[in-house]
Design a protein around this ligand. Structure first.
Ligand code: CU
Length: 254
């Protein structure tokens, strides 16, 4: 049975691991998260295979013979089996928790010179505030510099939304009344899509924004060309929620 379980695990895991579930990798966290996902896929494939093999073995081996109307044997527990099916899953879950914690700790390490960008979410749109006295502001389009850690400060103006750029692998809820932070270091230039992944109302599926990762000089020029400023009620949201970064774009080497 162990042989069949291992063969089935290998077959399922080979297919599942070869699929690129979240597209290209475009942040420093992406390879670490993919590795974590692959390990979890192998563990899940093993558990699934074990259950299937035991199930089908039992169906085949203990199938009632035609004409057999007798009762099954009375069974009153099996201590060894019960200890095993408690201890082994506990070890698997604790391993998964420890490994996930280590990856999270690693990808959320703060760089000495991060850029802070405010993210405003509302039904059904995204807008962004960039650091500096003028609070440059963009709607529906987010630009960030390449190879610099960005701290996204999330502010929801109504219900819970969720910030997700699949290629960065990072996902973070935007919760009204509090500020949540997502830490991302984009390491691949290009255009991506920011997607809301929290069912937030009628227009949820259309709640997207364009994301552009570009060289620092291009980023500075783009922010410099923004004409809008963060609307005062939004600034109030930031003040109520938490701090904002007073350092202008460019001053910190963006
Ligand atoms: Cu939504």
């Amino acid at each position: 049975m162990l042989g069949a379980t291992i063969v089935l695990t290998a077959a399922i895991a080979a297919v599942m691991v070869s699929i690129h579930w979240n597209g290209q990798r475009a942040s420093t966290a992406a390879p670490k998260i993919d590795e974590l996902l692959n390990v979890m896929i192998v563990i899940s494939a093993f558990v699934f295979s074990l259950v299937m093999v035991v199930l089908f073995y039992a169906l085949w081996k203990f199938r009632v013979k035609p004409g057999d109307e007798s009762d099954g044997e009375p069974i009153h527990g099996n201590t060894r089996l019960e200890v095993a099916w408690t201890v082994i899953p506990t070890i698997i879950v604790l391993f998964g928790a420890g490994y996930s914690w280590a990856v999270l700790h690693d990808i959320e390490k703060t760089d000495p010179n991060p850029l802070t960008v405010d993210v405003f979410s509302q039904q059904f749109a995204w807008s962004f505030g960039y650091p500096g006295k003028d609070n440059a502001y963009s709607e529906g389009e987010l630009h960030v510099p390449l190879d610099r850690q960005v701290h996204f400060k999330m502010h929801s103006l109504d219900v819970i939304h969720s910030f997700w750029v699949p290629e960065w692998r990072i996902k973070k809820d935007n919760v009204p009344g509090i500020t949540t932070t997502a830490i991302v270091t984009p390491d691949r230039p290009g255009t991506y899509q920011l997607i809301c992944t929290e069912l937030c109302g009628f227009g949820h599926s259309t709640m997207r924004a364009k994301v552009v990762v570009e060289r620092p000089a291009e980023f500075r020029a783009w922010v410099g060309g923004l004409e809008q400023q963060v609307p005062p009620p939004y600034l109030e949201t930031i003040r109520q929620d938490t701090e904002t970064d007073p350092i202008p774009v460019g001053a910190g080497g963006a």
